[in-house]
Design a protein around this ligand. Structure first.
Ligand code: MRU
Length: 361
C-alpha cells in the first residue's frame, strides 16, 4: 500500500507544502525557511548529508519537520549505499543515523524518527539489501503521512479549546513549515479559523531567528487570518492589559512530568499568562514526548552568537565581538501549563498520569 494515498483526504488542509519526497527523481525536497517571507525557494537533494546541513542551518526547522526530514535523510542514505553485503549496508546506515542525530540536540522528534527507521532496519536485517532499502523508504513516507494526519487531528481536538472571538498569543512558528504540513499550535489556530471562528492571532517576533516575524507572518497572511506582530518583551503587557485571551505554543520536547522545552522566551509567555489567569496551552504530537520523568535530561541547544549580533544573518545590530548568550530553548514547568494537546487527546495535570496514559494508547 502506498502511504501517500492517504494524503488525498487532507488536500483542503495542505495549502503549504514545506517538504516532500520526489518519487520519480528519488530526491528529498524542502522549502528553505531561512528565506521566508521574502522568497519561496525549494531545495532538493539525493545526499543525506545535505539534509543534515539543512537541519543544522535551519533551512528546515521545527521539531516535527526536523524528525520527518531526518527520516527522509535515512531513505536517501538507503538509496546511496551501494553494496549487496548486509553487514556493510547496516554499518553505512548507522553512520548516516549518527550524523543526522548530531544535527540539533533538543527536538525529540529527531531521535524518535531515527529510532523508528532504525527499528524497521533491525526487524528486516535478516533479509536482503533491496528489502531493507524498500522498508526504510516506506517507513519514511509513513512517518511523513502520520505527521500530517496527527497535525490535523490535533487541530480538530485543540480547536475545542478556542472560542469564537478569542485573541490568541503564540510564540515561535509551529505552522505548516515547522511540520510535514498544517502545523501543531498554529495548526490548532488554523483549524479554529477553518471552522469559522473569528479569531485574532498575536505573534511574537521570536528573536533571534525571527520565526514569528518571518514565518508566522508569512503563513497567517497566506491564510488571511488576522494577526498583530509584537516583540518578545510584550506578552506581559499584552496579558496585563487584557489584550489576549489565551496562549498556545508548540514543543520541541515534552517529558512525562509535563516539563516542556520550546523556543527561548516560551517560559516568559507562560509566566505572563499565569500571572493574568489566562490559559497557556502546549500543542505537540506524541512523537515529541520523551518517556522520562527527569527534567535534567533535556538538552538545551546553544547556537552561534552571531544569531544575536546580527539580524537575518547579515545586518549587525551591535558591536562585532560583543559577549553573547544564545540558548535556543527554555523549559516551561508543568505548573504553568493548563493542558497539553496531542493527536491522541488532551492531557491535563497531573501530567505524569495523563501523559503516560496517552502514550500507552
Ligand atoms: O529553533 P526552531 O525554529 O527549530 O524552534 C522551533 C520551536 O521552538 C517550535 O515551537 C517547536 O519546534 C514546535 S514546531 C511545531
Amino acid at each position: 500500500m502506498d502511504p501517500l494515498k492517504e494524503l488525498e483526504k487532507y488536500e483542503e488542509f495542505l495549502k503549504i507544502k514545506p517538504l516532500y519526497w520526489d518519487d520519480e527523481a528519488n530526491e528529498f525536497v524542502w522549502l528553505d525557511t531561512r528565506l521566508l517571507p521574502f522568497k519561496e525557494v525549494y531545495r532538493r537533494t539525493k545526499d543525506y548529508r545535505r539534509v543534515g546541513v539543512a537541519i543544522k542551518d535551519m533551512e528546515i526547522r521545527g521539531a516535527p519537520a526536523i524528525g520527518v526530514s531526518a527520516a527522509f535523510g535515512m531513505a536517501l542514505a538507503a538509496l546511496e549505499v551501494n553494496t549487496k553485503d548486509v553487514a556493510e549496508y547496516l554499518d553505512k546506515l548507522k553512520e548516516a543515523k549518527d550524523y543526522l542525530a548530531s544535527t540539533r540536540p533538543t527536538a525529540f522528534n529527531l531521535f524518535w524518527a531515527l529510532d523508528r527507521v532504525w527499528n524497521v532496519i533491525e526487524s528486516n536485517k535478516d533479509k536482503g539489501v533491496e528489502e531493507i532499502r524498500e522498508a526504510i523508504l516506506r517507513e519514511a513516507l509513513t512517518i511523513y503521512v502520520e505527521d500530517i494526519r496527527n497535525n490535523i487531528e490535533m487541530g480538530r481536538i485543540g480547536s475545542k479549546l478556542i472560542d469564537d472571538g478569542d485573541r490568541i498569543l503564540t510564540h515561535c512558528n509551529t505552522g505548516a513549515v515547522a511540520t510535514a504540513g498544517f502545523g501543531t499550535a498554529l495548526g490548532v489556530i488554523r483549524y479554529a479559523w477553518y471552522e469559522g471562528k473569528k479569531i485574532h492571532v498575536i505573534t511574537t517576533e521570536t528573536r533571534p531567528v525571527l520565526q514569528g516575524a518571518r514565518l508566522n507572518v508569512w503563513e497567517l497572511t497566506k491564510e488571511g487570518i488576522p494577526f498583530t506582530l509584537i516583540t518578545d518583551g510584550m506578552p506581559g503587557l499584552v496579558f496585563k492589559r487584557g489584550l489576549a485571551d489565551l496562549a498556545i505554543v508548540g514543543a520541541d520536547r515534552i517529558i512525562l512530568t509535563g516539563h516542556t522545552a520550546n523556543k527561548i522566551g516560551t517560559y516568559m509567555v507562560a509566566l505572563a499568562a499565569w500571572d493574568n489567569e489566562k490559559p497557556f496551552y502546549v500543542a505537540a504530537p506524541t512523537s515529541t514526548i520523551q518517556a522520562t520523568a527527569d527534567p535534567s535530561s533535556i538538552v538545551i541547544e546553544e547556537r552561534n552568537p552571531d544569531e544575536v549580533r546580527k539580524v537575518m544573518g547579515q545586518y549587525p545590530i551591535t558591536l562585532p565581538d560583543v559577549n553573547v548568550y544564545n540558548p535556543s530553548f527554555d523549559v516551561t514547568p508543568p505548573k504553568l501549563i493548563t493542558a497539553i494537546i496531542t493527536e491522541k487527546g488532551i492531557a491535563h495535570p497531573p501530567y505524569l498520569k495523563s501523559l503516560k496514559r496517552l502514550l500507552q494508547q
